[in-house]
Ligand binder design. Structure first.
Ligand code: SF4
Length: 384
């Protein structure tokens, strides 16, 4: 595979390693992309058909990971649109997770009692073709300006039940450190918010964004979890590894959410390889998401059975640490549910019959259900 210097001749190394340069030089047209990959007729048609549907933008770094000759390259498929994206399929929704009806102020979604989602930007270094929040990242909303964030912080201050805030967008790591610090410190100053999460594809699409100053900032508002979004082992480069390890070395835990995408990572081999690499960097595979019903993403979604079959092939064959939760975010705001292979064969009065991962039958004897309350709870949790 050609190096980035061969793919982008004439670019100085200092520029390449500068995240602002990467974002300023994102490839935003068929003409720009065709200098890096041999675009197929279908990809050219997809770019033309989606020009008014959803943004196109690929950092030179992410483009340098693309296989220039193979249209099924998983990096290409995530970043270059196909004509199917211009079609809204059955059941697809503009707001697949019902966020807008739970949006008390412009920059905040409050759908679950104790958690809230703070939207700090509508832009990203790379626009993923499977993006579930494309109604926001499409750039058709009001900007998430300082006033909108202040309004959201005000809302959070008045809601003591919120103990977990996810900072998202768009990709929050498009913000400069001082702006990000203002947001994160603003949330951290709210006494009832216990946990912060930062949802970002930065380590995947622009790993040069992660430096020691950012890691120190994220550490300073602990406990903060970085939740990133690697979908394929092809994204697991030395630069991505350095970004993740820098965060972990600074005491910032990193978890990964993968979206299951048809012909991108819809095999047990692809998911196992990705998760093994992430674990070796101390990044914990957290969720494997069934693709949401976002408009124009039907060609990338898999049937539910595909995710279950992948888990079935992983369970017993690799460490439980490498096996994520398979989550389905129910359309319209029903929240997440998880799926897994069914190992229960039958129940009898004495216990439960299971099949093991190799297929044998196993009986687990069970004690009676009565008397499983914890009497010491009343002492340890006085008043309920
Ligand atoms: S980085 Fe996240 S928010 Fe941005 S386009 Fe990709 S999936 Fe959507």
């Amino acid at each position: 595979m050609a190096t980035w210097q061969q793919r982008f001749p004439g670019v100085a190394e200092a520029d390449w390693r500068d995240w602002r340069w990467q974002q300023r030089h994102a490839l935003r047209s068929a003409e720009a992309l065709s200098r890096v990959v041999e675009l197929t007729a279908e990809e050219r048609a997809g770019i033309a058909a989606t020009a008014d549907v959803f943004r196109l933008g690929v950092t030179p770094y992410y483009a340098s990971l693309m296989d220039p000759h193979h249209p099924f390259c998983p990096v290409r498929m995530q970043a270059i649109p196909l004509p199917g994206e211009a079609v809204s399929g059955p059941g697809e929704l503009r707001d697949p997770l019902g966020e807008d009806r739970n949006r008390p102020v412009r920059a905040l979604v409050h759908k679950y009692p104790d958690r809230a989602l703070l939207l700090v930007t509508d832009t990203c270094p790379v626009y993923c073709r499977h993006c579930t929040r494309r109604r926001i990242t499409g750039g058709t909303e009001d900007a998430f300006d300082r006033g909108a964030i202040e309004e959201a912080l005000d809302y959070l201050r008045r809601r003591p039940e919120v103990r977990d805030v996810i900072v998202s967008g768009g990709d929050p790591l498009v913000l400069a450190d001082d702006r990000l610090a203002w947001v994160l410190e603003g949330v951290r100053a709210i006494p009832h918010v216990q946990i912060l999460r930062l949802a970002t594809r930065g380590p995947v699409t622009c790993p040069m964004r992660v430096d020691a100053a950012l890691a120190r900032l994220l550490r300073s508002v602990k406990p903060l979890f970085v939740v990133t979004h690697f979908n394929h082992a092809k994204e697991c480069t030395g630069e991505a590894q350095a970004a993740c390890e820098l965060l972990v070395d600074h005491g910032v835990p990193v978890e990964n959410q993968t979206v299951l995408l048809r012909r991108v990572n819809s095999s047990a081999r692809a998911i196992a390889d990705l998760n093994h690499r992430l674990l070796s960097w101390r990044v914990r595979p957290y969720y494997l998401h069934q693709g949401d019903l976002a408009q124009g993403t039907g060609h990338l979604r898999t049937p539910l059975s595909a995710g279950v079959a992948i888990l079935e092939q992983l369970r017993g064959h690799t460490s439980g640490l490498a096996i994520p939760h398979l989550a389905v975010d129910l359309p319209g705001g029903g929240g997440k549910v998880t799926l897994q292979p069914d190992y229960v064969l039958s129940r009898d009065p004495g216990g439960t019959w299971f099949r093991g991962f190799r297929g044998g039958r196993y009986h687990v004897p069970e004690p009676p259900e009565a008397g499983i309350d914890c009497p010491y709870d009343e002492v340890f949790y006085p008043g309920g």
